[in-house]
Ligand binder design. Sequence first.
Ligand SMILES: C[S@@+](CC[C@H](N)C(=O)[O-])C[C@H]1O[C@@H](n2cnc3c(N)ncnc32)[C@H](O)[C@@H]1O
Length: 321
Amino acid sequence: MDHFGVIDLMTGYQPAAVVASGVRLGVFDALRSDPATPAELAARLGLAGAPVAALLPALERLGLAGPGPDGRFGLTEAGGWLTGDDGLALVSLKEAFFATVWSGLDTTLRTGAPVLRGWRERLASDPDQCLLFLRALRVLARLTGPDLTGLPALGAGRRVLDVGGGLGSYAVPLAAAGADVTIAELSPVAAWARHELADPAGLLGTVTVIEDDVLMEGRVGEDFDAVLVSHVLHDLADSDAVRLLAGARSRVAPGTDLVVFELAGDAPGTIGPFFDLMMQVEGPGRARRAPEVIDLVASAGWGRVAELPAARPHLLVGAVA
Ligand SMILES: C[S@@+](CC[C@H](N)C(=O)[O-])C[C@H]1O[C@@H](n2cnc3c(N)ncnc32)[C@H](O)[C@@H]1O
């Protein structure tokens, strides 16, 4: 790497800010169907001409937009992913929030304490941000998540308890493929999920939502063939991760399958270590490697614990109650 390479690391906030502003101000949506010169775009959105004239070449360098033969800027395919209200634009808004959180990384490194308050407190104090976060996770599941419908434990006809299932990131694709999925969620996420999943189209199976704190022991009074714990353990310290897995175990009969999905701590490139840092800035969790997740699952009383085939950055672990 040369000096400019290191400087690029220091200015990594700039592309993120360009994308986030473009999303917030409607630049991508405006260019989607109607390419524009910088002056036309500024007039259309009520923005200042000079910075918009600099923004469009910046978007071009990022591969998100480009000028046509008439000099009007349109979007590339990747720029198109940042349009609408159910795509990567949501992820950009989520990350813009976390950029502010990461400004406290020094404190986390000094003290070991996360910058953010706990998830339950955030649900109470900043529900809009939490809802945006869960909607963004649903986008990430759709665009980058593993296809869980191919796993025999979660396939068509299976009754699946989706512990911490959010807004149905995986419940909906599983139900689309024919599983009957029950999302167990905290309040108010359960209410949000019920609202957002009130009228799901094109499902062969069903999605039901129950309010249930799975850190507690309990039965849900229904029989399940499988439990899914997707993208939940990394938010928790080891002791709570084991408690949650034991809580899930206490809700089902012996012989029930378990599938755990995580982003692996040894994911390639920067994903693994950055996700690990993210979990520690955000809360008490961690990104874990396969043997660590396997240990947690076994400690919670599940048997036949083993890693399932999955390409990194995905990590899948299976077990049986
Ligand atoms: C990071 S989100 C993952 C959502 C979804 N499973 C996915 O893969 O996109 C973690 C979810 O776990 C839920 N959760 C955390 N602790 C829980 C508990 N004790 N019982 C039930 N749900 C819980 C949170 O409310 C949140 O929606």
